[in-house]
Design a protein around this ligand. Structure first.
Ligand SMILES: Nc1nc2c(c(=O)[nH]1)N[C@H]1C(S)=C(S)[C@@H](COP(=O)(O)O)O[C@H]1N2
Ligand SMILES: [Mo]
Length: 409
């Protein structure tokens, strides 16, 4: 009797591939070359700190920091690209300053953790054969995606806050999408490693091989990085912030009135237009009366003060004492509907930050101003003369400078 082989379906083929391990033949080649042990890990790495327990603690710390970078990153993204169904609140005033500070400063403090973790597990990254089974291959794939993605996020992040646009792709788009890939790979890896991690962390080791000292050194390195950048947002520590490219009273350029400047009037090409006595503010769009106001007329309207930060996406933030006209007063004067949104337009002809959108929730807030003064004097050219938007709980990129038109939509 002839026995027919069962039909080869895709699941059957995968199952066969997973159990047959055709790649184990590869083991023979580099065994002598790499001196791999029975676990496939090279014996040339002799430090006892290439250790499960060290890897477990570092892994947990990295898990926490990656998730916090992800959440704060999503907050920043959705503030700048609000979905139609949700409006970001205008209070507390300093919320974005805190979430973005956590994102950037926490991201920087992650670098030593990541390097230490890579060093600890380095021998395992060169396991031979590269895959023993399908599940082993998938596990390793998740690890390589996680390592590659985490390195990509930290390197591009650091370059971005250092104003070194060395990469050929738009930073925000790449950073945003890679974040999902990293978190996906992290979930797979964490689920996979959780039992072993738990065991390693919960049991008391018999031997002391300097793990504690190593972990404390790594924690100290993270702490030093955080301490030497946090002054970029926490003014009392500004003098310590030697690693921060922007900080209160410092930076390149320092900026008039102790507030750093990212884009100067000259770089934006608005110097002449911003100085022109013929400058007018136009309020137009969905209004009952269009307004065209000179600077003198703006100053003749009721003036209000607000102490609000510029909180840049790059992590630095500095408080300013602003004074000017409430946006809601201008909209009331023009007869704009209560649910309207405002597109704030700059004199700047080009550039991604030349306009920004203000939600109804934000323009109803009495702290949202078209500022004319900063620190008791008319705005400097670089801070947005003749007038700029300043609103609570909003990224710096949305605090438009050199405003000349409000379009109600
Ligand atoms: N028109 C215009 N407004 C702008 C920008 C710009 O490039 N053009 N940069 C924004 C960014 S990224 C920040 S952080 C703040 C900085 O404000 P400051 O220079 O007054 O500190 O201005 C914002 N307003
Ligand atoms: Mo910014």
């Amino acid at each position: 009797m002839v026995r027919r082989p069962p039909p080869l379906t895709v699941p059957a083929a995968l199952a066969r591939l997973a159990t047959r391990r055709p790649w184990t033949g590869l083991r023979a080649i580099p065994e002598r070359l790499l001196r791999v042990g029975p676990d496939g890990v090279s014996r040339r790495f002799t430090s006892r700190l290439h250790d499960e327990r060290v890897a477990a603690w570092l892994g947990m710390a990295l898990g926490v920091s990656i998730v916090s970078a992800f959440v704060t990153g999503l907050i920043s993204h959705y503030m700048q690209h609000p979905p139609g169904w949700a409006q970001w609140p205008s209070r507390p005033v300093n919320l974005y300053r805190v979430t973005q500070g956590v994102h950037v400063i926490g991201g920087l403090a992650t670098v030593p953790l990541l390097l230490a973790k890579l060093w600890t597990v380095y021998p395992k990254l060169w396991q031979w054969p590269p895959a023993r089974s399908l599940t082993h291959a998938l596990r390793r794939l998740a690890i390589f995606v996680l390592v590659g993605g985490a390195l990509f996020q930290t390197v591009t992040g650091v370059l971005n806050i250092g104003y070194w646009y060395a990469f050929p792709f738009p930073f925000t788009t790449a950073h945003y999408w890679t974040a999902y890939i990293v978190v996906g790979a992290l979930l797979i890896h964490a689920a996979d490693r959780w039992p072993a991690t738990r065991r390693a962390v919960m049991t008391r080791p018999q031997d002391a091989v300097g793990r504690r000292g190593f972990l404390l050194t790594v924690a100290a390195a993270s702490g030093v990085i955080a301490a030497t950048t946090v002054g970029e947002t926490f003014a009392p520590l500004a003098r310590l912030a030697v690693l921060a490219p922007r900080r209160p009273g410092h930076g390149t350029p320092a900026g008039p009135r102790d507030l750093p400047v990212n884009k100067s009037a000259a770089a934006a090409g608005v110097t002449a237009a911003a100085r022109d006595p013929e400058w007018r503010l136009t309020v137009t769009g969905r209004v009952r009366r269009e307004l065209v106001l000179s600077l003198a007329e703006l100053r003749a309207l009721p003036q209000h003060s607000a102490r609000l930060p510029i909180a840049c996406v790059e992590g630095w933030s500095v408080d300013g004492d602003w004074r000017g006209v409430r946006l809601r007063d201008l909209l009331a004067l023009a007869g704009a509907p209560a649910d309207a949104r405002v597109r704030v337009e700059s004199l700047q002809a080009a550039g991604i930050y030349r306009t920004s959108l203000v939600s109804a929730r934000h323009w109803h807030d009495p702290l949202t101003l078209l500022a004319l003064d900063l620190g008791g004097a008319p705005l400097d050219l670089d801070h947005g003369r003749p007038c700029r938007l300043i609103a609570p709980n909003r990224p710096g990129v949305m605090q438009t400078k050199w405003v000349h038109r409000l379009v109600i939509t």
